[in-house]
Design a binder for this molecule. Structure first.
Ligand code: SF4
Ligand code: SF4
Length: 215
């Protein structure tokens, strides 16, 4: 729960809602996903509001900040919390494990599928998280990615097959050096600042890593 230090959609606020205090992980408090924070006065607010960790202060759910998410997404009613990644590449729908099928009900499911269609065209992704169980939603269907922690991230890889080009999701530890190698190759600024040796090493690392994924 939060105070608006970003622009909230007119008429929307955290008042009466504490859903993110259950569904999200808060590292500073050692609070896992899907468990109520011990500091939460459920449905009322935070009992340590002035001292709450920065993770709580900095979180603003999608419903609060984006009018494209309709009123039905209000977390207190939907039991679903939309989180937008800082780099805008991923939209996560956190689902209350006490209602694990909530995201499959309408109109939520149609919304999620529509977002997946738009995301796919823009090299972005939509995932559903029920606790740490994560499901990638694509225009073609759904893929269970198993348990994905906050120390991990999902990257996508386009693959050509007999049926055309498909997208494969791969779960990677955030500390894996492969991410830096990929950044050097993908980010024009990083590539410009890298030496020829660094570029060659990054390319070798990524090629080897991709070959391993195919084994
Ligand atoms: S889920 Fe959204 S509306 Fe509800 S308390 Fe958290 S940030 Fe506020
Ligand atoms: S510290 Fe407060 S704002 Fe943060 S999760 Fe706990 S109850 Fe919610």
């Amino acid at each position: 729960m939060n105070e608006p230090n970003v622009n909230y959609v007119e008429g929307r606020s955290c008042d009466g809602c504490t859903m993110c205090c259950k569904l999200l992980q808060i590292r500073a408090l050692d609070k896992p996903r899907s468990k109520w924070c011990t500091h939460c006065d459920i449905g009322v607010g935070c009992k340590i509001y002035d001292e709450r960790p920065s993770e709580c202060r900095d979180f603003h759910c999608g419903f609060l900040i984006n009018a494209n998410f309709g009123e039905h997404w209000k977390p207190t009613n939907s039991k679903l919390v939309i989180a937008l990644a800082d780099d805008a590449n991923q939209l996560t729908v956190f689902v209350d494990p006490d209602r694990p099928e909530a995201w499959r009900k309408e109109p939520f499911y149609s919304d999620i599928k529509n977002w997946a269609r738009v995301a796919a065209k823009n090299n972005r992704r939509v995932v559903v998280s029920i606790g740490y169980e994560v499901i990638a939603v694509t225009p073609d269907g759904e893929t269970s990615l198993g348990q994905v922690s906050d120390d991990q991230m999902i990257i996508e890889r386009r693959k050509r097959g007999a049926g055309g080009t498909g997208v494969e999701q791969i779960v990677v530890n955030r500390s894996d050096p492969i991410l830096e190698a990929m950044r050097i190759l993908k980010d024009p600024e990083a590539a410009k600042n890298a030496s020829p040796e660094q570029l060659a090493e990054a390319k070798h690392m990524v090629d080897s890593w991709l070959a391993q994924q195919d084994e």
